[in-house]
Design a protein around this ligand. Sequence first.
Ligand code: ADP
Ligand code: MG
Length: 565
Amino acid sequence: MEPPVLLELRRRLRMLTVIRIALATVLLGATALIEWQARIQSSASVATEVTIYRLVAIVCLLSLFYVTALRFVAGRRQLVVLAYVQLCGDVLFAAALVYITGGTASVFTFFFSLTIVLAAIILFRAGAITLATLSSLLLLVIGMTEMGIIPESTFLTDMRLSGVGPLDPVGTEEQSLTTIAKNLVVNVVAFYVIAFLASYLADQLRRSDERIQESELSLEDLRVLHRNIVASIQSGLITVNQSLQVTFFNREAERITGYQSREILYQDITRYFSDLKQIFLNEDKIRGQTVELTSEVFRGKLCYVRWTISPLLDSRGSRIGHVLIFDDETDVRNMEEQMKRAENFASLGRVAAAIAHEIRNPLASISGSIQLLRSTLDLEEDDRRLMEIVNRETDNLNAWITDFLMYARPRVGERLSIPIAPLISDSLAVLANDERSAGIEVVFNPSSDASTYGDPTYLKQVVWNVINNAVQAMNGEGTLTIEISERREDKGVFNRVAFHDTGPGIPDDVLERLFEPFFTTKASGTGLGLATVYRIVSEHGGTVSVDTGSNGTTFLVDLPVHQAA
Ligand code: ADP
Ligand code: MG
């Protein structure tokens, strides 16, 4: 493949051939017409016409040769040489035509000018000046023959078109000499003026062509670069206009949010990202760059999104909207939280171990001693009551410590596949022996073979804590319904145990702090029941959720069917 400059040169040479053949054809037609008229007037000089026909034939043959040559030449040098050969041939042709049609006064001197213009187009200044000089020289030779300075052969004179030649006496010889000189000067000046003007224009044209090509290239580069950057960016990218309508939504944004670009385009962005409303409310704050973390619900899941928001400026620096770059930080945040919780539990575990050692052991001694004393001493009624108080409080304290240890102790329990229904039946059996449950109806179908993966001791504790709360909430009368169902989620297969009670429901302020350790609304509560439930269930890879209202409360405990990763 040739470089574009050479291709262009080739194209122009081809164009030159076409122009030449076209002109030759016109000339042929014109000559035929003149001849026909001359015949009518019967004053023909057949020799001139024949010469013109010959010249045209030569031009056509040469053109054929040029076109063939163009196929074989390669490289800039050869092409330029070929261009000069063609143009020089054309000038010679013009000179011959001028000579036989009346010399310096011939109408065909414009053929010289035409060749100079073509030279300017094809070979620029150097070509134009060369051709102008060559044309001037040839015209000068013609002029000199006319003036008689150079002798003329009769062969050439014969060929002259009769009646047009300046040597036909039009006036005195002196007059015709001045006319010839004038014609010569005018033509030569014209040749050079044309050469300069035409090459100047051709040069300008070439430069602006190059400039256009260059800027087209860089524009295309820029477009590709822009497209690639925007597409390859590993963050969501959104642009909005002044009225907060989305004007651009990239592929990563589609991936993170699950929204399609075409459904969100030209919609109000705060309709889809509700937490952004707050940020855009005090829009003046968004001057340079604002980074905020918001929570959004995408595809029904709560996600944490880190936004970097900057004003979008046009080329004159006025604001036309905003650019929003965002990343899904949900995983990072969850991990952070998990780590924080793990740290907390590690220190809590150490406290628990200390309590177990420092309080529980002495407590066991106290309660043992009291029981011993009670059986050996013969006590007054009052003293026995006091001793009973000590006994009861020791038991309470012991129970509290048991709860606390259950909550705080680091767990490395065994993990087995265990059926869920027996865990529930066991707790219900304990409940049946409890006088608090006398007025409570229990609905449960123990035939389910649903299972989970985990430590039975701790899972039993979960069931017991939830049932215990339900019974306490119903205060002696109501219905406790327990159901097991299977759920398939993105994260895996879960067995959901739903504990529904007909208690008074949970008020909002309690609901907020439900799983907080030591949070209780009961006089003798420890506030550790649900905190323990939450901790054990999450450690098993499950989740706890609550649904509450005026007709009761439902605790939903989702336990994974397979071992958590
Ligand atoms: P505790 O039972 O020792 O108070 P929990 O962590 O088990 O501690 O429960 C915390 C609080 O949640 C309870 O004090 C109670 O107010 C509320 N609660 C728990 N379960 C229910 C329920 N099923 N119905 C109404 N309130 C409940
Ligand atoms: Mg409780």
